[in-house]
Write a protein that binds this ligand. Structure first.
Ligand SMILES: CC(C)(COP(=O)(O)OP(=O)(O)OC[C@H]1O[C@@H](n2cnc3c(N)ncnc32)[C@H](O)[C@@H]1OP(=O)(O)O)[C@@H](O)C(=O)NCCC(=O)NCCS
Length: 335
């Protein structure tokens, strides 16, 4: 790619604010070992997770996205009335109809702007980010909030040690707007492999298998996962998408300053960066505290990085994720 390409973002839309929210309640591995046949040692060595945040039964899930959105707006010095597009990435909606986005739009007081949910497994946030940036670039919106919010604690089987130990609740948000200059989105590779749709699913509760006494009794409303299959697929998918997004951006992998990967398993993250030959100090990891928060995982990690003052203007970030579907992808941007 020509040096000229490197100076011109593919989409001159940048992130101008970040925010995140984690519920107060923390569940440790030792807490889980009180009622499951598991141990802190097993969970730590297999996944890197030590704790996760869990939404209390009395808390309303949309509150997480609202709080994260408010924090992103405050950081970007904007008010809800400045936002005319809200895209919410989530896997399990607040209600089957009308989903999550209207609840968050109402809570934020967004007025008459557009809002919609985006579902693409744990890669949903990246899909929503690319959609929002493209819509702004095309003149369909001025300013967008993109939120990833997830309360999978309400859909895991707390008796299934192979899944429930992996997930946590939380939300993350970014504010996006068009800006002149070098900052913006440099490369996007969104992908999918639908032959792998059985690796992670909640079988019942949709139109194929609506809720009934039988589905509830058979535990079909819980998240089911083929952990080994996902593990095997994850590294290859994220590596492929990252290489493709970097090629589109006209960048080498060495030019990436920060990799913000989906936090599903520390071993997956380590294998990914080893395969891409990216030094570990460039990789953002918070899985030990927050576990896998699905669509919220990248915006939470990004917000923590930004608030720690570690991202400098001009730096190159690669955000990469995989998940149910199997949807995966990488977005590369210049801060
Ligand atoms: C789930 C995962 C941690 C399991 O790790 P693993 O090394 O593959 O472990 P295995 O599946 O081989 O299980 C090994 C044993 O540990 C047991 N085990 C599973 N969960 C356990 C737990 N929480 N505590 C103790 N033992 C556990 C299994 O029952 C199995 O026992 P067995 O050998 O007697 O049958 C790993 O496969 C993984 O992270 N996969 C990806 C999941 C993912 O990314 N999901 C989200 C996608 S967005």
């Amino acid at each position: 790619m020509s040096p000229q390409k490197k100076l011109t973002p593919l989409i001159p839309v940048k992130i101008t604010g970040t925010g995140s929210y984690l519920p107060e309640k923390i569940l440790t591995n030792d807490d889980l070992a009180q009622f499951l046949e598991t141990s802190d040692e097993w969970i730590r060595t297999r996944t890197g997770i030590r704790t996760r945040h869990i939404l209390s039964p009395e808390e309303i899930p949309a509150k997480m996205g609202i709080e994260a959105g408010q924090r992103a707006l405050a950081q970007g010095r904007r008010s809800p009335k400045d936002v005319d597009l809200l895209l919410v990435a989530t896997n399990v909606p607040e209600e089957p109809i009308p989903g999550t986005a209207p609840h968050i739009a109402l809570g934020l007081g967004l007025g008459k702007g557009a809002f919609a949910d985006v579902t693409a497994g744990c890669a949903g946030f990246l899909y929503a980010l690319a959609m929002a940036a493209t819509m702004i670039h095309a003149g369909m919106a001025k300013r967008a909030l993109v939120i990833g919010t997830e309360a999978l604690s309400r859909f895991v089987n707390w008796q299934d040690r192979a899944t429930c130990v992996l997930f946590g609740d939380g939300a993350g948000a970014v504010l996006m707007e068009a800006k002149k200059g070098k900052a913006g989105i440099l490369g996007v590779a969104l992908r999918g492999d639908a032959t792998k749709l059985g690796l992670l699913r909640i079988e019942a509760g949709g139109v194929r298998l609506p809720a009934s006494m039988e589905t509830v009794q058979a535990g079909k409303h819980f998240l089911e996962m083929e952990g080994k299959g996902l593990f095997r697929a994850a590294v290859g998918m994220m590596a492929e998408a990252t290489r493709a997004a970097a090629a589109q951006a006209g960048l080498t992998l060495e030019e990436i300053d920060w990799v913000v990967p989906h936090q599903a398993n520390l071993r997956i993250i380590e294998a990914l960066v080893k395969r891409l030959r990216i030094p570990e100090e460039k990789v953002v990891v918070n899985i030990e505290r927050v576990a896998n928060t699905s669509t919220a995982s990248i915006p939470i990690a990004l917000d923590e990085l930004v608030r720690a003052g570690k991202v400098e203007p001009g730096q190159i970030l690669a955000l990469t994720a995989f998940g149910a579907g199997a949807c995966y992808g990488t977005v590369i941007l210049r801060w």
